[in-house]
Design a binder for this molecule. Sequence first.
Ligand SMILES: N[C@@H](CCC(=O)N[C@@H](CS)C(=O)NCC(=O)O)C(=O)O
Length: 117
Amino acid sequence: MAKLFLLKPGFTDKALGEDTLYYCPYSAQILGVLNYYPRLYDELEVIFIDFERPRKGLVELVGEANQGCPNLVIPKEDVTTDDDLSYFDSYDGNYFVNSVELIARYLSEKHTIGAPH
Ligand SMILES: N[C@@H](CCC(=O)N[C@@H](CS)C(=O)NCC(=O)O)C(=O)O
């Protein structure tokens, strides 16, 4: 099953100081799509992870350089010949994509939800 990694809200970013709590607007956008189409919670494994790097659970799947979130990770063994993953990157046994636009594209194509207008 594909794993969708989103950042837990309410984190601090040491690079920006310690005073402000943040949420990831990109994760929030994908969370909004899940809210529109809750069946996606059955069709994907949705995993909320901490902002702090290295992002445990994700780095092992996509590598240190690719841990940006949101991140959709698909085990190569789950891919069928019909799947168009030409816009995914590859790392070891997984394909992954970590842009909102491309995650939304995949969800529209593979999970037959609406497309972003
Ligand atoms: N390329 C992503 C940007 C997502 C992004 O910048 N996410 C931040 C958190 S809000 C992140 O994970 N940055 C990389 C990092 O912190 O390692 C998109 O367009 O959707």
